[in-house]
Design a protein around this ligand. Sequence first.
Ligand code: NI
Length: 254
Amino acid sequence: MLFDTHAHYDDEAFDADRRELLSAMPEHNVGLIVNPGCTVESSRTAVSLAAQFPHVYAAVGIHPENCGDFEPEHMDAIHALAKTDKVVAIGEIGLDYYWPENPPRGLQQQVLRAHMALAEELHLPVIVHDREAHADTLSVVREFPAVTGVFHCFSGSVEMARELLKLGWMLSFNGAVTFKNARKAPEVIAEVPMDRLMIETDAPYLTPVPFRGKRNDSTYVRLVAERIAQIKGLAPDEVERITWENGKRFFNIA
Ligand code: NI
């Protein structure tokens, strides 16, 4: 079975068919999904989806692009949600310097640190989003040596990957590795030991080739496994099996 470690079914792109789509996942060989939240509200939805579907688990947190109106009380809400059933990580958190209109960098860093401290307190792993913010993200990670996590949709260099592996972190890849212009990610995947890799879709975004441009969903995670298998010189079944085990171990799912 495939484990999609990062998909956003709280997104409005799934409003028309969320229930049917999620119910059918095990029939399509997708046996586990982690749905990270991006705001207090979407974290609440993630927790509720996890309560409704046995194969769905939740992560809770505030995405850097959504922290513009951050208030300390938001962390109280995330804290309370993090202690509910089937919450397996704090995320999606991190830094995003890509869009000029994103919240100020100092505020993003403050919100990231608040979530890292929460993860440390609750002994939960974190799901990190790092876009064009490699040095600053790595430096916050280093401030919290007791916290480990995954860089989702990892876009850093081979050198950065080595640093994270040394710190005990995981790296996760999605449909972006199937794009024609993907250069760095295949180099990184070639270097990362198989027991430190996870696969994801980031649905509804980043649909793998040849379905690029359509809405993404967890069934397409198979194409990510196939691309990694190609880079690693392994059978797709082997990548499926190892990333399944890695995901269960990382998120502490029995
Ligand atoms: Ni995401």
